[in-house]
Design a protein around this ligand. Structure first.
Ligand code: GLN
Length: 309
């Protein structure tokens, strides 16, 4: 980090500046997401000493959706002692998040940041059945967040019910022999994890835990080993924004994960974790305001990984 002190940065002014932006469309895959307030906009930073700073609406709840994927990958790496890396690829796809496509030759999902990969990583965490794995994921997410998180049962139910492409992906992985749990069970566990409720402040802490080599800056507790955090952030950098990952890395330069709720979690190594949420999405499923805010934060706080120093 080489920019100004994030403690003095005016997040309220940044939010005011981005609010008039009208581009983007709110996701309509389930009613609960379709009903999201298009003018919700929150920004939060979590610093290495545990201080959390946020704009207005920093405590407004939203579901994690795909922002859960880095953490599912982390828990799968932890629980399988790294064997998850043999079960899921780590190459970017250049395709949409829900593309019905597996790695050719191996039948593995292409990477843990697309739906196929997250369905698989969610199936690799410890637990003998769906309920046990969902509990394990809830405990794991709580370690990243520094507090217990609620699941929105209606969202979990609808995503399980209406996630036809996720069911298709799970069945395809079953057919290819890359998924060992039942397809319906895999979708149920993944849908539940997507339905986990956070706010921008909490998601920033989760990002800061990844940025801080696996130690939660608020609780001081280690959520995952440093090597796991490194692996996760590396794959966020290459695959976290789907078919927008290259453009993101050039413009923002901070490993991040986007999601259909309009949330983005960012992990700037050693510097901070950040979260932005605003529901209208661009064609790659990235929050339009979230992208603008992320570019500004990167520029103003000197967070681009490859910036001239
Ligand atoms: N729950 C969503 C799905 O599986 C998550 C997708 C996303 O956020 N990109 O369709």
């Amino acid at each position: 980090p080489s920019g100004p002190d994030p403690r003095a940065y005016d997040l309220h002014a940044l939010r005011d500046r981005v609010l008039p932006e009208r581009e983007g469309r709110v996701d309509d895959s389930i009613p609960q997401l379709e009903d999201a307030d298009p003018d919700l906009c929150a920004i939060a930073l979590a610093l290495p000493d545990g201080e959390v700073r946020s704009s207005a609406q920093g405590d407004a709840p939203f579901s994690l959706q795909s922002a859960v994927k880095p953490f599912l990958f982390a828990l799968a790496l932890l629980d399988t002692d790294g064997e998850a890396l043999d079960r899921v690829g780590i190459e970017p796809t250049g395709e949409a998040f829900d593309a019905i496509k597996l790695e050719s030759g191996t039948g593995r999902p292409p990477n843990p940041m697309v739906n196929a990969g997250a369905l698989l990583t969610a199936s690799l965490v410890d637990g003998s059945d769906a309920e046990a794995r969902a509990d394990r994921i809830a405990r794991g997410l709580a370690a990243f967040a520094g507090r217990d998180l609620e699941v929105d049962e209606d969202i979990a139910h609808n995503e399980h019910l209406l996630g036809d492409r996720n069911h298709a992906l799970a069945h395809l992985m079953r057919a290819e022999g890359s998924m060992s749990v039942g397809a319906d069970e895999a979708v149920a566990v993944y849908a539940r994890s997507c339905a986990t409720l956070v706010d921008a402040e909490t998601l920033a802490v989760m990002g800061a835990t990844l940025a801080g080599a696996g130690v939660n800056p608020r609780t001081g507790e280690r959520a995952v080993p440093a090597r796991v955090a490194r692996d996760v952030v590396s794959v966020m950098a290459t695959c976290g924004v789907y078919d927008g990952s290259g453009r993101w890395m050039r413009a923002v330069g901070i490993p991040a994960k986007s999601s259909v709720s309009g949330a983005i979690v960012l992990a700037a190594r050693g510097a901070l974790g950040a979260a932005v949420v605003s529901p209208p999405l661009d064609a790659q499923g990235t929050s339009v305001r979230g992208r603008i805010v992320s570019e500004r934060l990167s520029e103003d706080l000197g967070l681009h990984s490859f910036a001239e120093r």
